[in-house]
Design a protein. Structure first.
Lengths: 127, 127
């Protein structure tokens, strides 16, 4: 059951890991700097980074000794594509709500015009 | 750490649960029918359904005794919105690849038109 998509979603299922990705969206940085805003031990932060790295969501530089972390958006693209398949479901739900509101509006307008008597205005045809 | 988005991503981090959602995208159905394509015990399927239900990704009917399951796309919309924030990163990556390919193409064209090669304007002074 260790498919890429499951690794990606599992990696995203934690607010600290999502906050790490949000920080890396601003630019690459060291693990020490990454750890600063979190009240966490370095091993705890390293554990989160390993989950993100295994999912391919972050890359670590090999050139410098501080091995900067950077965001890798490839797996996010795959996850977005999977979710997009369901877009019509949440849009349909909004459409249904919209249709329902229009229905109420129409019923109100009808009851108003029935009450006062509808007047039809005639317009002179052009030409 | 039990925020809605984490519940949603955790629920999606399993191929069986994603397959259940894909089945429910075709229409609501009973748990027995849902379990059929999976070589799984009913308690195992029920466990997956509970994870999906807790995340709000499925709803269970209360009217009928067989309590049909249906897809609820609300949490998927929220997850899609979160991922969309990172769209520019995967698009930038494709843009960079595109720019790189154009660069190679330009360099090739240039080396062809220059013909025999580059003239050196400076020579390194000896010793």
């Amino acid at each position: 059951m260790h498919d890429q998509l499951s690794f990606t979603f599992a990696a995203l299922a934690d607010p600290t890991r999502r906050a790490i990705l949000a920080r890396l969206a601003l630019g690459e940085t060291s693990v020490t700097e990454l750890a600063m805003p979190f009240e966490m031990s370095m091993p705890a932060v390293s554990k989160h980074l390993k989950v993100l790295e295994r999912a391919g969501l972050i890359g670590r530089g090999r050139e410098a000794q501080w091995r900067p972390c950077r965001l890798e958006a490839g797996p996010l693209k795959e996850a977005a594509s999977w979710i997009e398949e369901y877009r019509r479901f949440w849009e349909e739900r909004l459409d249904r709500l919209d249709a329902y509101l229009r229905e109420i509006q129409a019923a109100r307008t009808k009851s108003k015009t029935n009450g006062s008597g509808k007047k039809r205005s005639k317009t002179k045809p052009k030409g």
